[in-house]
Design a protein around this ligand. Sequence first.
Ligand SMILES: [Zn+2]
Length: 439
Amino acid sequence: MYYDLFYYFVLSDFTGETQEIDDMSDLQRQIDTIVQEKFLRYVKVWTTSEPELAPKKTPSTACQWDLIKILEQELKDLGVPEVYLDEKGYLIGRIPARGKEGLSGLGFMAHVDTASDAPGKDVKPQIHKNWQGEVIKLTGDVTLDPQDIPDMKDFVGETLISSDGTTLLGADDKAGIAEIMTAVEVLMKTPGIQHGPIEVVFTPDEETGCGMDRFPVKELKSKFCFTLDGGREGELELECYNAWRVDLEFSGNVIHPGYARGKLVNAVTMASEFVSMLPRSESPEATDGRYGNYWPHAIEGNLDKAKVTVMIRDFDAEGGKRRLEAVQTFAKAVEASFPGGKVAVTEKMQYSNMKEELDKHPELEPLMLRAYEKAAVIPLVKPIRGGTDGSKLTAMGVPTPNIFAGGFNFHSVREWVPVKSMVKAVNVVLSLVEIWAEE
Ligand SMILES: [Zn+2]
């Protein structure tokens, strides 16, 4: 019976007997209730991370501990026998194999922090049940309007969750956390399910780009890991950008403007000259699909010194290197046209496209496609125009593609998530566990 019970959770192609359909929908309803309850609880915990502090300190903000501790306790309460938490806030729950002891492990990962781009404190989630396609008014002129957000039209009749319009919602990535924790609850409360070793991993500071800098990769035993950190239902991401950050420092020569002729070298002018050389046709706002880009990310300065940060993104490493060379060339050109001025350039690779590593494990994509099929999810395989902690974990030796978490409009006060998509993500996790145990 337990064996069948598990099938009710995950089978889309059930045999059609009335009894099974009833049981399945009942269990799907339970998942629906559990994932909503967890999600609504987690989003109320303030976990905004701080990019400026993250290079020096993990977690960058103390508030992230609040959710980390809640998750630690919840794993213990669910009976997860091994719970690892280190002083940096990396939390790993280990569920030992049951009936499939020889199998290598699978991991599921999500991040506790939310982006600092929009307020993340005092989130008041709003539940829009049986949404009928109308404009959802949040606060002031903040609305969720299906005219502006065409994706909404795919979810008429569903329950949508948003913030009250004054904060972000935090579906990025608390939807991912709720989905993983729901899967843990199902696995722990259904003792008959046979599976290999499972790890669940919760990390701080993903949004700062520094989330994996101090990750205790030796603690991770899984052969493959999956982040639940994607957007709309169906997304399946095995490829991301190669990313570089270039910091330029322009040094001028300061002299009183009244005596400046032939002597003053203005660092502000140097920096702006440099910025104007970056081709706008290769900016994020001018590119999509598989096209790479670069853009001036930050600028500050005065007559004496000016600093510019440039970000470079490309799926193809060669394309990225071409832009790195272009930045160097523009910097030299500026230096040459401002005699007496100096330009110092520092390059840093931030993360690399995980595709090359993932391609070494050709069984991974078919495994994921089977799990999506079993969970009745149509896969949307696409490259991430960004990076995830999964790409960094892949570089550390644990291949980690990305699964959807279900939300939309991340990092904004218009963030929203359909509950149905969260349920589907739970089913994908359970399907992966099941199919892996069959292999
Ligand atoms: Zn995220």
